[in-house]
Design a protein around this ligand. Structure first.
Ligand code: SF4
Length: 215
């Protein structure tokens, strides 16, 4: 499924691929957990949709009714940076105001250059999974193909997106100890971002998420 609604947003799913292999990734969860969470939507793509296919899918929707259009999973959307930018341009030219990308923050590592200015010409919000308070813990949890370098790369990318004018939100899952969340919040603020605490997929209503989100 290329697009699906959640809350007041429309989510776009452009790839299964990712540079990480996070222990908590939805791709590791059972089909039931995932499809229940997404009201039955199947996100695994048998084939990555081409630009024309994506446009054909989204032009059937009433795009202006959504609060935002979110480029999200199933994998890492910025694995398809050029397609993301092309689709974002199309959306902007059709009156859509708010675009967000949910990313692992490794785009500058993937492309070995600073892509934040190009990204933030179109995306007003960049949500980056921080996940841990240091490189070692990030690597133990997320298993990036960039190894220990991933963590600093993510922080640099966040700072570049802030510099390029985007609202940057860094996220952690609510299972982290409170002390770690405090440190992650300090890291986010130091790089000009906010910290948001999210529940794991399928556990959005649990008490931890609500309690930590309020902290
Ligand atoms: S960064 Fe996201 S898509 Fe990639 S493995 Fe981690 S949770 Fe999954």
């Amino acid at each position: 499924m290329i697009s699906y609604e959640m809350g007041k947003s429309l989510y776009l799913n452009l790839t299964n691929r990712c540079t990480n292999d996070c222990d908590f990734c939805v791709r590791q969860q059972s089909d039931n957990t995932l499809t229940d969470y997404l009201n039955g939507a199947q996100l695994w793509l048998e084939k990555e949709p081409e630009y024309d296919e994506i446009i054909r899918d989204i032009e059937k929707r009433d795009l202006l009714k959504y609060d935002s259009i979110v480029f999200c999973g199933f994998g890492e959307p910025l694995m398809r940076f050029d397609v993301c930018i092309s689709v974002a341009k199309w959306l902007k030219s059709h009156g859509v105001k708010h675009l967000r990308v949910n990313t692992n923050g490794q785009a500058n590592l993937i492309y070995n250059k600073n892509v934040a200015p190009e990204l933030c010409r179109f995306f007003s919000v960049v949500s980056i999974s921080l996940n841990a308070k240091n490189a070692q813990e990030y690597e133990a949890l997320c298993h990036s193909k960039f190894g220990l370098a991933a963590f600093d790369g993510i922080l640099d990318f966040a700072a570049e997106c802030v510099k390029a004018g985007a609202e940057v939100i860094m996220t952690v899952i609510d299972e982290l100890p409170a002390e770690d969340i405090k440190i992650c919040r300090e890291i986010a603020h130091k790089h000009g971002a906010e910290l948001r605490i999210r529940a794991k997929i399928g556990e959005q209503n649990n008490d931890n998420a609500k309690k930590r989100a309020a902290e």
